[in-house]
Every structure is written in structure tokens, then in C-alpha cells.
Design a protein around this ligand. Structure first.
Ligand SMILES: Nc1ncnc2c1ncn2[C@@H]1O[C@H](COP(=O)(O)OP(=O)(O)O)[C@@H](O)[C@H]1O
Ligand SMILES: [Mg+2]
Length: 311
């Protein structure tokens, strides 16, 4: 089977269930966003997916292969950017990459070319001779990324790659991941920033306290879970006179009066925009502006868990 299959993964530490029956599938060529607040279980799940930690139950299959006798074949396909930065502080960025290149079995001219290439790709060429201890957090992150992609992995797994990173490095990492994906790399992108995941990912898995909160395409998550949209209506004059009429429309849950407009909280399933327009026209009012605002995924998360992602 293509892609990565995570099936019924359960993990306990002592009597604490850190992952509770987690299942999803990453199709070849997609970017899956794994999102959840601190302590959700993201890093544990990644460690299980990359063979560093053993699950109590369930299985991980990479192109149909499980760990065990296939561990080496799998590792050749994976590029992993761990949450903790693993670099040698006292030598240069370039030396670090050379070290990783040798681990991957590269030597001589190929090694040099490969190191040059990943330095360029992550925008570190001009900093390559500086010792890593002089690097900013963002540069260390980029160096970590450079090390993870040296062997051109088919699957790239990133654990919160933009935490503690300056905006410039954040953009560099972001664009880099997008480009890799365009060139065919399948990506698992972990974050607790919803806007990153919304911008980057096709499908999203929301994890909280080791449990699946929601899983699906961005659009589906919004539709399935975000039952309420806000509809703002502005008419030429006397907008407030519409309140008693609009209150009775199907799907209108509440109306609040703003300076020049009315704000309707609507239930997306029952509410129909055409009905709203007809009703206003029947009242002989002239519509100046109507705006429908769908809930953001951040709001979806808040609705489902009662907390924000930045807790
Ligand atoms: N080696 C470990 N021993 C005991 N508990 C752990 C260990 N690793 C993680 N945990 C616990 O598992 C939970 C999930 O942690 P983690 O996977 O790091 O979450 P996240 O990456 O989403 O912040 C936390 O409550 C954490 O304390
Ligand atoms: Mg983590």
C-alpha cells in the first residue's frame, strides 16, 4: 500500500495513556497536518512512526512495511526533523552536515556536492563556516532540516519545525516544505499554530490529550464541525427594523446590532442566504452589503476542546 498508515496506535507511560487508538493515512504526495496543544502526544506519535519508540498496540506501515526486519529500508525513505535539535555546537554548520552525510554513507565528491546542495536549499550557504553555537534558533532549525533531507527522502516528517524560530527562518522552512512537496515529497507537518497548518496542509488531524478530536480535509473539518457562520447584513437605511423579521428565519440563532449592520449567528445546515435576501427585499429594503464569515479552524478547535491551541 502507498503512503503511511497509522492504525490503532495506543501508547501508555505508566498508567497514563498518552495515545489512545490513533489511526490515519497519509497518501503519497499529500501534506498531512498534525495539530494539537503541548502534551497532546504529537512527539510520541512521531517517535513511534519513526521507529524510536515502541507502541503498546496498533501498527505503523510505510508503503506496506512495518518496522522490524524492514527498519533499514524504511529509514532510507524517511527524513525526520526532530523537535529537539541534535547538532554539534562547537563545530561549523558545514562540519555538522558532513558528519550526517558520512552517516548516510556519502564520501568524496558526492558528499561535498550534497552538503553544498542542502546548504543552498535551506539558505545557510553564507553561514556554513560559522560555529553552530553562534547560530540563531531559526538557523539551527534550518540546519536540522538540511541534515534530514540529505538523502532525498520520499517522506518528510517535521516535529514543530517553527517553534522558537525568527520570522525569516519560519518563512524559509515553510517555503522549503512547500517546494519539497511540489517535487513529490510526502509530508507530515506537526505544529500547534493553526494558521501554519491551514496554509500548508491538505488534510488535518487534530490531537488532544492523546485522542483524535477531528480528522479530515480542511473544508470538511470546517463544514462538519463549524456549525455556525456569521452573516453580516447592511441595508441602505433602517437596518434595525429588520430584526423582528429576520429572527424567525430558519437557521438564525441570534442577531446583534452593529453600527451600520446586523450580525446574524447562523446554523450553516439550516440557514439559506437566498431566503435572507428574499426576506429583506420583501420588506422593501435595499441591500448594500452581505458578508458570510466561516469559522476558522482555530475556532473549531476551541469549540471541540474548550481550549485554545496556545495553552
Ligand atoms: N518518556 C516519557 N515518559 C513518560 N511520559 C512521557 C514520556 N514522553 C512523553 N510523555 C508524556 O506524554 C504526553 C505527550 O507528550 P508529547 O508526545 O511530547 O506531546 P506533544 O509533542 O504533543 O507536546 C505528555 O503528557 C508527556 O508528559
Ligand atoms: Mg512535541
Amino acid at each position: 500500500m502507498d503512503g503511511i498508515l497509522v492504525k490503532d496506535i495506543t501508547k501508555r507511560y505508566g498508567d497514563k495513556t498518552v495515545l489512545n487508538n490513533i489511526s490515519f493515512h497519509i497518501n503519497r504526495g499529500e501534506i498531512l497536518g498534525l495539530i494539537g496543544p503541548n502534551g497532546a502526544g504529537k512527539t510520541t506519535l512521531i517517535k513511534i512512526m519513526t521507529g524510536l519508540v515502541k507502541q503498546d498496540r496498533g501498527e505503523v506501515l510505510i508503503e506496506g512495511m512495518g518496522y522490524g526486519k524492514n527498519a533499514i529500508a524504511i529509514k532510507e525513505k524517511l527524513g525526520v526533523v526532530p523537535q529537539e535539535i541534535a547538532l554539534l555546537d562547537t563545530v561549523s554548520g558545514r562540519n555538522n552536515l558532513e558528519y550526517f552525510a558520512r552517516l548516510y554513507g556519502l564520501t568524496g565528491k558526492t558528499l561535498k556536492q550534497k552538503v553544498d546542495e542542502v546548504l543552498e536549499l535551506t539558505g545557510l550557504t553564507e553561514h556554513q563556516k560559522k560555529k553552530v553555537k553562534t547560530y540563531s534558533g531559526g538557523m539551527k532549525r534550518r540546519l536540522n532540516l538540511a541534515a534530514a533531507i540529505m538523502h532525498r527522502p520520499e517522506y518528510l516528517i517535521l516535529d514543530e519545525p517553527t517553534v522558537g524560530v525568527d520570522p525569516q527562518s519560519r518563512n524559509a522552512i515553510f517555503n522549503y516544505v512547500k517546494n519539497m512537496n511540489r517535487e513529490g515529497t510526502t509530508v507530515l507537518y506537526t505544529s500547534h499554530y493553526m494558521e501554519e497548518v491551514e496554509a500548508l496542509c491538505d488534510n488535518i488531524f487534530i490531537l488532544d490529550l492523546g485522542k483524535e478530536v477531528a480528522y479530515g480535509s480542511k473544508e470538511n473539518l470546517r463544514r462538519m464541525l463549524g456549525e455556525n457562520s456569521t452573516v453580516s447584513v447592511e441595508t441602505e437605511e433602517n437596518t434595525a427594523a429588520l430584526i423582528p423579521v429576520l429572527q424567525n428565519l430558519p437557521g438564525v440563532e441570534s442577531i446583534s446590532e452593529k453600527a451600520d449592520s446586523l450580525e446574524l449567528l447562523t446554523n450553516t445546515q439550516e440557514f439559506h442566504l437566498s431566503q435572507l435576501i428574499h426576506t429583506i427585499e420583501n420588506e422593501n429594503q435595499v441591500i448594500m452589503n452581505i458578508r458570510v464569515q466561516e469559522p476558522s479552524l482555530e475556532e473549531v478547535f476551541l469549540t471541540l476542546t474548550g481550549k485554545t491551541l496556545r495553552d
